[in-house]
Design a binder for this molecule. Structure first.
Ligand code: SAM
Ligand code: SF4
Length: 337
């Protein structure tokens, strides 16, 4: 069995798990310079608790898992969790989203533990700009991490690029050119207003800009690059790599093709990234609830998915000012992006 049908006919087969809210970087669109208040360690799900959720999720039809954060590679013994999840019956794909800083040293061990693919966030190809955007990172570490991931057999490596007007928008063609000669799979993500002060660039504008390099041909499904999720993938004629666009703010397909639910580090299931609604799994987990109860709560989360979020394309008001209770209850680092 694969996928759970939600109330709008979407098949939900994908669970994103934020394994920690801790991070070694402070990207300007994600966190303030001093970081965000941290979830107490005792509230964070243990690996055994995460496995119990994944077993229940697999039991009702979820077959793909992505680990994210915060920065997942700052959590101790991550390969141990990867091994536990890769051995879980019903899980067919296990991937990771990372800032890439620690990938160079951990890629072989992650692969060996059962990780199948990795997405690396990289918003600029310039070292000084990289420090401006991440506040704490070194570009060289991430580039070496991407190479190490490829060498370890984590395929494909996809690169997540958040384009911000006046910050890195002059690099759109540089990223796109990388796909011509290298097997780079670049995904441009529209900035979501979790943090004020930076302006997003609509995907339509990005596509037009990239079109200066040649015609963008849609990638057929089943190539191993396209998922069933919200990204649309293209290839420049003759290119080795691909270009994806993820458009939470301007394209309804972001919601109509949604295939996922999310689990926060403290065990809350989130049916939609951009809604505050959550279902508590930590309390039942810590009260020794049977697997059937976890399965029931996962099905409830899927059934409660809304048709679309209410983030308007042109509205740059930070999400923290738009939450129904006056402040968005979680930061991106606590939800997992
Ligand atoms: N630390 C890891 C990383 O940066 O890849 C994983 C967590 S991060 C929250 C997951 C993804 O969310 C990253 O690709 C990041 O660029 C993206 N992200 C964070 N804040 C965002 C925002 N305000 N708008 C769009 N994407 C954002
Ligand atoms: Fe950390 Fe990722 Fe957020 Fe950057 S985007 S601050 S790397 S969690």
């Amino acid at each position: 069995m694969s996928g759970i049908l939600d109330s709008f006919g979407r098949s939900i087969d994908y669970l994103r798990i934020s394994v920690t809210d801790r991070c070694n970087l402070r990207c300007i669109y994600c966190m303030p310079p001093g970081g965000v208040p941290l979830i107490p360690q005792s509230e964070i799900l243990s690996y055994e608790e995460i496995r119990a959720v994944v077993r229940a999720a697999a039991g009702v039809g979820i077959n793909r898992i992505r680990l994210t954060g915060g920065e997942p590679l700052v959590r101790a013994e991550l390969p141990r969790l990867i091994k536990m999840l890769s051995e879980t019956e019903g899980i067919e794909e296990l991937s990771l989203t990372t800032n890439g800083t620690f990938l160079k040293r951990s890629a072989p061990e992650l692969r060996q533990a059962g990780l199948t693919r990795v997405n690396v966030s990289l918003d600029t190809l310039k070292a000084d700009k990289f420090r401006d955007i991440t506040r704490l990172g070194e570009l060289g570490d991430v580039l070496e991490g991407i190479e190490a991931a490829r060498d370890a057999g984590l395929n494909p490596v996809k690169t997540n690029v958040v384009i911000m007007r006046g910050m890195n928008d002059e690099e759109i063609l540089d990223f796109a050119r990388m796909t011509l000669t290298e097997e780079w799979h670049v995904r441009f993500i529209e900035l979501m207003p979790f943090s004020g002060g930076v302006e997003f660039v609509p995907s339509a504008e990005l596509r037009e800009h990239v079109g200066l390099l040649g015609r963008l041909e849609p990638c057929p499904d089943g190539t191993g690059i396209t998922g069933n999720g919200p990204a649309s993938y293209y290839r420049l004629a003759g290119a080795r790599g691909t270009i994806g666009f993820i458009s939470p703010r301007t394209e309804p397909s972001f919601c109509s093709r949604c295939n996922r639910i999310r689990l926060s580090p403290d065990g809350r299931l989130r049916p939609c990234l951009l809604s505050e609604d959550e279902i508590d799994l930590k309390t039942p987990l810590r009260n020794s609830a049977p697997p059937a109860e976890l399965e029931r709560l996962i099905l409830k989360a899927v059934a409660s998915k809304q048709e679309h979020h209410d983030l308007e394309g042109g509205d740059a008001a930070p999400l923290r000012a738009r939450g129904r209770r006056g402040a968005m209850n979680r930061k991106m680092s606590q939800i997992g992006g």
